[in-house]
Design a protein around this ligand. Sequence first.
Ligand code: KIV
Length: 272
Amino acid sequence: MSKTSENYTRITTRTLSEMKAQGEKIAMLTAYDFTMAGIVDKAGIDVILVGDSASNVMAGHETTLPITLDQMIYHAASVVRGVERALVIVDLPFGTYQADSKEALRSAIRIMKEAGAHAVKLEGGRQIKDSIERILQAGIPVMGHLGLTPQSIYKFGTYTVRAKEATEADQLINDALMLEKAGCFGIVLEKIPAKLAKKISQKINIPIIGIGAGVYVDGQVLVLNDMLGMNKEFSPRFLRRYRNLNRDISKAVNNYTTDVKNQDFPNNKEQY
Ligand code: KIV
């Protein structure tokens, strides 16, 4: 009988490679705090990413660039305290790994030690090869991230699909091969054509997790706040909204406000 991820009491990087080998898809979501991480973990998610998208959805910044290492560690430590089973991967924020590989290692070590994370994720390919190799040599599992890498948004100038042209697609394939050879345990591919993502996941033995990269990859990731419909404005084609929490929370708050004003809350049973 083939093992499914439900049979694992703890998901590790090794579990993910077994899942790829057995053709079982990997489900990954972001989380940024203790309460949500606990709910997501108990609901059976395989991987939780403490994404630097916290910069957008938690702090209200326009891009992921402003979030700091201390802030990422705060979010990550909160998530780790809420999780019993899922693998917790944490983004290295912009400016903490690009300058040199020693700084990259120091940043990764802080995330592992101070937050209790299980792995780190870095955006980019050959430009950050030294940083990736140094972190891996220290025994820290690394996930790569290629395609639309939001930390490079000012270089791209747009959030549209990447690697539609052959040159960029070839470069992306080479970067993915490099990440695999270096020893990364997985790669996130963001907003690239589904055909290209399919080619990469067939060519490469480590798990490929897609966001806006089609169905022919080894797993999917979404930003939790987006898939729960907490945000009305952000509507890319790849996003499926499983709830409309923006509407539900607004209604609840509105009902509460009305009840307080009408002295309907608290009632006799809700007081001492
Ligand atoms: O920061 C993030 O949430 C991410 C995902 C979009 C993959 O990197």
